[in-house]
Write a protein that binds this ligand. Structure first.
Ligand code: ZN
Length: 76
């Protein structure tokens, strides 16, 4: 539901989740409107499709981070 504040002043987006270094999810603190960063680095509505993409990205990013940390330990 869009709040009166949002229709007057626009949404007040805050980062709700960091998916990767470049992709984040945002939610408006006054209503339930959500945005995400798309593949081109632009903001777009967080649709169920994008949620799915982001969860895959997050998984890949997480695995890469773990791998990197492991490599760092092995390098020593
Ligand atoms: Zn809003």
């Amino acid at each position: 539901m869009k709040s009166v504040f949002c229709s007057l002043f626009g949404h007040q987006y805050q980062v709700s989740k960091k998916v990767t270094l470049h992709v984040k999810e945002y939610s408006c603190k006054n209503c339930s409107s959500q945005l995400t960063t798309d593949g081109r680095g632009r903001l777009t509505q967080l649709t169920p499709k994008y949620k799915e993409i982001n969860s895959v990205l997050e998984h890949i990013h997480y695995k890469r981070t773990i791998k990197k940390q492991r490599n760092l330990i092995l390098d020593r």
